[in-house]
Design a protein. Structure first.
Lengths: 353, 286
């Protein structure tokens, strides 16, 4: 936001940022969202990390008629979850499964084989992602040889790893999250399974991979719209700015980049329409194209879902220092302007009020 | 596909049991013996994991952390005991609130010092070994040995050494023990420190397999309480062994024939049945 202010702010006025910690707890999210809207009179709300938090904030922004900018990669929208999704007031800046995994199915299956073993945390994002992956796998003639969902907070993966070991999988496809993905990778490695199987995860951005450490992360494939290591002028500037602010070993990930885009695109939308009224922000953001650290991105008008690039990376054996975000991922390939599957919403999007 | 791979089932059951023994032993002393409902047990484990991270990140070996973590965490225990816990030995229910307060302080301090994201602790035995045709992680085998060693050493300490006998005497009847010339405050303090130190050691021990995260210890907190209650409070050897086998081992074994979610549900239901039929725990009341 300092960047926006240095460029003259929005319609000549400086932007002020009010930060609240929701602790990813839905009840706190509701309270804090109410607080920033009613007490601080903000024009727009940005954030909420998990889908559950977003679903908790949604009724509040709906009631108060305020726009919410959501930065996290997630499972996509469905009318069932209204007002948490399919809401005219919500804009989704994060990547969804149809952009994150689907573009690389062809490459991964032809390089490493088409038998997939799916391991995910037991909640909506992994299940939904796997549904998507399964359907594109079937189109490619591949097979799912195992599919398991593990309760959040599991620290022991012994039996799952034994089953993987005895399976004829080629690729282990991971949608574990939080600390579980780290414990899984460490145990996967210490049983030597990394020698037999290719591990591909769509969760482990820079900070989770840092948590796994070089030993356990080597050779793992990861796909997202953004990586710290992307070599574009804009990203190099962005990373430099982040590091001059937070220290040389500060890293950036997909969620941070999405938040950065959200801030700039909001400012652009408000400047173009000349107002920060909710309806003007909505019309300003819809269809807006912007050049972010990852390349060109567009907020799709129909379902408020970002058209983003998609990158496939691999953790190279040369990565040895956990604080080295630059060398953590090696970009295998990327695709520009990958359109997400159309959200499962009733169009046009409603506000529900 | 192999239907049931017995070598795997046996080894995984053993691994899960041993890790719970290591994790629960500190609580078996502080809660099981002393009666302090230590909700900071998880946070102490987390602190141990972060000591392991700090030590290995400084370029030292994990074995140094095995030495440093129990000392650092025992000192945290010393602060807890001297400032608050020693006033609450006759009000066990209040220890619940006090220790939870400490848990929050420790957890938030860790976030302030180390940040909120997970940190990695390298595994000293990272390559697997072949045992009876299946690949087993060496470090987990080491943990089985560690669990057995810790269990035996702790048991012998409290059963046969001079300090152990004094400690049990003080816990049973501190007035009488005091009159017989035992330094009651000192014995309480050291016993609490031993429990805390064991939690710190547990944190260092699990860190190569789960990493260090501000919430690392939380999962072990709940499981450790189940271990101590199901095994029987005050039953250091048999209780910890039996409780860990029932809570950790049977969940691991069951997860070979059902989903992990179902296995955990069945085990916790089983634990409730045990407590209903034998409120004093599997090995309690002898």
């Amino acid at each position: 936001m300092d960047e926006v202010n240095n460029n003259g702010g929005i319609n000549g006025r400086d932007v002020e940022v009010i930060v609240e910690d929701t602790q990813t707890d839905p009840r706190t999210v509701t309270e804090k969202t109410q607080k920033v809207i009613r007490q601080d009179n903000v024009d727009v709300v940005a954030g909420t990390f998990s889908s559950a938090s977003r679903n908790a904030a949604a009724p509040v922004v709906t009631q108060e008629d305020t726009v919410l900018l959501y930065p996290t990669f997630y499972e996509g929208q469905d009318q069932e979850n209204f007002p948490g999704t399919c809401n005219d007031l919500l804009f989704m800046f994060g990547i969804v499964p149809s952009q994150q995994a689907a573009p690389w199915m062809d490459y991964m299956t032809s390089e490493h084989g088409s038998n997939f073993y799916m391991v995910g945390s037991d909640y909506v994002w992994p299940r939904f992602t796997n549904q998507r992956v399964k359907s594109s796998l079937e189109d490619l003639g591949g097979t799912v040889v195992g599919e398991e969902y593990i309760p959040l907070g599991t620290s022991d993966f012994g039996s799952v790893l034994s089953r993987i070991s005895n399976s004829d999988a080629d690729i282990v496809f991971g949608t574990l999250t939080g600390t579980d993905t780290i414990a899984f990778a460490k145990q996967f490695y210490s049983r030597g399974l990394n020698e037999e199987f290719t591990y591909w995860t769509v969760d482990d951005e820079e900070f989770a991979t840092q948590g796994k450490g070089p030993q356990a992360a080597h050779g793992t494939y990861v796909s997202f719209d953004y990586f710290h290591t992307i070599d574009t002028d804009l990203n190099n500037q962005f990373v430099e700015k982040v590091q001059s602010e937070y220290g040389d070993d500060a890293g950036m990930d997909t969620v941070g980049a999405a938040m950065y885009n959200a801030g700039h695109m909001f400012a652009k939308a408000a400047n173009e329409t000349g107002s920060v009224n909710t309806d003007d922000i909505i019309s300003g953001l819809e269809g807006l194209t912007h050049t972010g650290p990852q390349g060109e991105v567009t907020m799709r008008e129909q379902d408020h879902q970002m058209v983003l690039p998609s990158y496939l990376t691999r953790v190279p054996e040369s990565w040895s220092d956990t604080n080295d975000f630059q060398g953590m991922f090696e970009i295998i390939d990327h695709q520009e302007a990958v359109a997400p599957a159309t959200a499962n919403c009733d169009f046009p999007l409603g506000k529900g009020n | 596909m192999v239907a049931l791979d017995f070598a795997s089932i046996i080894s995984q059951t053993l691994f899960a049991t041993s890790i719970l023994i290591v994790a629960a032993l500190g609580l078996a002393i502080i809660f099981g013996m002393m009666g302090v409902i230590n909700l900071a047990h998880g946070a102490l484990i987390t602190a141990g994991a972060y000591v392991a991270y700090a030590v290995t990140n400084a370029g030292l070996s994990l074995w140094v952390a095995f030495l440093v973590a129990p000392i650092v965490v025992a000192l945290i225990g010393l602060v807890m005991e001297r400032t608050v816990i020693n006033r609450l030995y006759d009000r066990p229910v209040d220890t619940l609130l006090a220790t939870w307060g400490f848990a929050l302080v420790i957890q938030e301090l860790i976030k302030v010092i180390f940040g909120t994201s997970s940190q990695s602790v390298p595994n000293p035995y990272s390559t697997p070994v072949q045992v009876l045709g299946s690949n087993l992680p060496q470090y987990r085998i080491f943990l089985v040995g560690l669990a057995v060693a810790l269990l035996v050493v702790t048991y012998v300490t409290f059963k046969y050494t001079d300090f152990g006998i004094k400690s049990r005497a003080v816990i049973q009847n501190d007035e009488m023990a005091g009159m017989l010339g035992t330094n009651v405050r000192f014995v309480y303090m050291v016993t609490f420190m031993i429990g805390a130190g064991l939690a710190g050691l547990a944190g260092a021990a699990v860190s190569p397999i789960v990493g260090a995260d501000p919430r690392t210890g939380l999962g072990y907190l709940v499981q450790s309480f189940f271990v101590v209650i199901v095994g029987g409070t005050g039953q250091l050897l048999a209780g910890t062994l039996g409780g860990s086998g029932l809570i950790g081992g049977s969940a691991a074994a069951l997860s070979f024939v059902s989903s992990q979610t179902l296995a955990q549900t069945v085990v916790f239901a089983l634990a409730i049945v045990v407590i209903r039929l034998k409120p004093e725990g599997l090995f309690g009341g002898q």
